[in-house]
Write a protein that binds this ligand. Structure first.
Ligand code: GSH
Length: 366
């Protein structure tokens, strides 16, 4: 009878930190507790007996408090160079509950940092191997954040043009969460954007090898993946209202207010290079309806959902801010005191300044 097929995962990760530091992070209980779980989870406990045949165990928890515990025994420990240990999930995990697999890691000093070469052997299926590939990448992102002096800026990269309203939203969200990140300037449909975003839009986002596109998905990812204030606060009804406005921005607001109104001033397409009056007039008529709905939503509250900024406030803020820079938009806002108040609240937050200082669209042409 043929032996069942086994699948192997090979992963290489460079971390800008000394080899001893990287190695020790794999066998130090206190350090393991800070990184050894995917984004969005936490380590409830980590125990290590760092001797050959000594046992190790890590108890991870999801945000919903579901338990994922894994453990094994060390087979080889050569400080700073090589680590070999067994790995078995206690609970069912991609069909691997109780199944013993093996991990071999070589640590190589390279280019002022450490290259981790990891081989995880013994997956029962390709799906289990691929699931662990995603999991390990996320876990190594946390290890990088912990050991690289740049912190999360070593793993998180936001790609886009700083003047884009959606890019500004993503940056406000990152600042609200207190996250350091790398900003890579890139235009829509450029090769760097197209490599991530199937529709060529900005922003695009990377966390290590994990790629995310669509601003609301980026906001959700950073919200659930990192500590810091919730970007989806409040009770169920608040969160439903947040979702409602996230959807409304894409479906009804952005197109009329930014694409057909603001951009007509910024990149005029009318005769002699001036804004096309007919396009502006039509857009202005359509802008009133979502703004009326938003005015009712902001009545008696400064934020769309809960008592602090949500994804929805973060998405509408740059759109309203841009609308108010041009005459008809300014008039529409001045007629809506609740929106004006809520916009001023967001404008006063450091996150707004952090996403605005270097965002400079062209001045209005009339
Ligand atoms: N649904 C996308 C929309 C992104 C979007 O439309 N971005 C604009 C810049 S604000 C863009 O890339 N425009 C270029 C184009 O449409 O070609 C999101 O939520 O991220």
């Amino acid at each position: 009878m043929n032996a069942p097929q086994e699948f192997t995962l090979d992963l290489t990760r460079f971390i800008r930190a000394p080899r001893e530091k990287v190695f020790d992070a794999f066998i130090d209980e206190a350090l393991l507790a800070r990184w050894h779980c995917p984004r969005g989870m936490s380590v409830a406990s980590a125990t290590v007996d760092a001797r050959v045949e000594g046992a190790w165990r890590i108890d991870m928890r999801t945000r919903e408090n579901a338990r994922h515990s894994v453990g094994g025994r060390y087979r080889e420990i050569k400080r700073a160079e090589r680590l070999v240990y067994t790995w078995a999930w206690e609970e069912s995990m991609e069909g691997m509950g109780g199944l013993q697999t093996l991990i071999e890691i070589d640590f190589l000093a390279r280019d002022g940092g450490t290259e981790i070469r990891m081989r995880h052997i013994g997956f029962p299926s390709e799906a289990a191997r691929n699931g662990h590939n995603q999991g390990w990448n996320s876990v190594f992102n946390r290890l990088t954040d912990l050991l690289d002096a740049r912190g999360s800026a070593a793993t998180l990269t936001l790609l886009g043009d700083t003047a884009s309203s959606y890019v500004r939203s993503a940056r406000i969200g990152l600042a609200e969460k207190g996250l350091a990140y790398t900003l890579q300037r890139a235009a829509p449909n450029s090769p760097d954007i197209d490599a991530i975003h199937p529709f060529g839009k900005i922003p695009a986002f990377r966390d290590g090898a994990t790629e995310i596109w669509e601003t609301s998905a980026i906001l959700r990812y950073i919200d659930e993946g990192f500590d810091g204030p919730s970007l989806n606060p409040g009770m169920l009804v608040d969160r439903a209202r947040t979702e409602q406005w996230v959807s409304a921005v894409g479906a009804y607001m952005y197109d009329a207010i930014v694409r057909r109104y603001v951009l007509q001033y910024v990149f005029p397409r009318g005769e002699g290079g001036s804004p096309d009056r007919a396009v502006i007039d039509k857009a202005v008529t359509e802008m009133a309806r979502p703004l009326d709905a938003l005015e009712r939503c902001y009545q008696g509250r400064d934020f769309i959902g809960g008592a602090s900024p949500s994804y929805a406030d973060i998405l509408v803020t740059p759109i309203l801010d841009y609308a108010g820079r041009f005459p008809e938009g300014a008039q529409l806002l001045s007629d809506r005191p609740n929106i004006r108040r809520a916009l001023d609240v967001m404008r006063a937050r450091p996150s707004f300044a952090a996403a605005t200082a270097d965002a400079t669209p062209a001045a209005p042409t009339r």
